[in-house]
Design a protein around this ligand. Structure first.
Ligand SMILES: [Zn+2]
Ligand SMILES: [Zn+2]
Length: 306
């Protein structure tokens, strides 16, 4: 009952979402604090990431400390796929490329990601995807906007079509939304030159449901996704430059398959922007996406609501 009340309180408040890199709470007007303490007397809540009690009113049940801990990737990254390049040999190169991209160029021009898919960023993405905490999309969208801005100098002139990686219709109905679409929409509002972009949320469709990608080799992953995506209306794609948007870039198989389908239809160049990226250095410890969805999603949901 309390959990339901809490949900209702969060979804019905019109309070602002705190910025990812916010200012000190001390500058706030006292009335806001008074309102907050009154509010939480009736609707106490904990941060869904670290479980600390929330002291600020927000539609997003995540504390300021957790939000401020979400940091962009640093260090040398592959200029094509965005993988972290740890060897000091790469540091002075202008357009460094990882071994994989050197051997075989992916069907996209560049893939960029805001942060590493672990810790708080993974938790925030899971809050949106598996616990339907929709205000998380605004924060994730801000990160996506930042990474799109960093890519902008490399984008060709003219209108760029923004296409979110689609979910299968059944999965979308089950979840109630496509997280990539929500994040893309939030990002678009924050871009410095929104007139450069055209939102095409239905540009790609997922025409069949796919098996779990766990334990598959790169080749098997590709085979698994073959024929999973299709272009809805080729007229929208031919000769167009596309920015493909997703929440997470794990092995790059999904982004590559979408890019391949777009290119085959006649798209000019395809770029990829995601909120998070699995880095090989952390891959050993990472929980595979599909695995989490099927087994741990409920556990996390239970933990956060319990
Ligand atoms: Zn927290
Ligand atoms: Zn690479």
């Amino acid at each position: 009952m309390l959990a339901r009340l809490r949900e209702a309180a969060f979804s019905s408040t019109g309070f602002r979402i705190p910025p990812a890199h916010g200012h000190a709470a001390g500058s706030r007007h006292w009335a806001e604090h008074a309102a907050a303490s009154l509010f939480f007397t009736f609707f106490p809540a904990d941060c869904r990431i670290c479980n600390a009690p929330l002291i600020e009113i927000s539609r997003l049940p995540v504390c300021q400390t957790c939000l401020e801990a979400l940091r962009p990737l640093t260090g040398t990254l592959c200029s094509v796929c965005g993988e972290a390049l740890l060897s000091p040999a790469f540091t002075d190169r202008v357009e460094p490329q990882c071994g994989l991209c050197q051997r075989l160029r992916p069907p996209f021009e560049r893939a960029v990601a805001y942060g590493s898919y672990d810790g708080g960023l993974r938790d925030l993405i899971h809050l949106l995807k598996y616990q339907q905490v929709r205000p998380a999309a605004a924060v994730l969208g801000r990160m996506l906007a930042e990474v799109i801005a960093s890519l902008e100098a490399n984008l060709p002139a003219g209108l760029i079509a923004i296409i979110p990686v689609p979910l299968h219709e059944r999965k979308r109905a089950q979840r109630g939304f496509n997280q990539s679409e929500l994040i893309a929409r939030a990002a678009l509002k924050l871009l410095a030159r929104p007139e450069r972009f055209q939102s095409l949320p239905g540009g790609l469709v997922r025409c069949r449901e796919t098996e779990s990608q766990i334990g598959l080799t790169r080749h098997q992953r590709r085979e698994n996704l073959r024929g999973a995506f299709a272009v809805a209306d080729p007229g929208q794609i031919v000769k167009r430059n596309v920015l493909l948007v997703d929440d997470v870039f794990t092995t790059g198989t999904t982004a590559s398959e979408c890019a391949r389908v777009l290119r085959r239809t006649g798209a000019n160049r395809v770029y990829v922007a995601t909120v998070a990226r699995t880095l090989k250095v952390s891959e050993v410890f990472a929980v595979p996406e599909q695995d989490f969805e099927e087994t741990n999603g409920d556990r996390l949901a239970a933990a956060a609501n319990g």
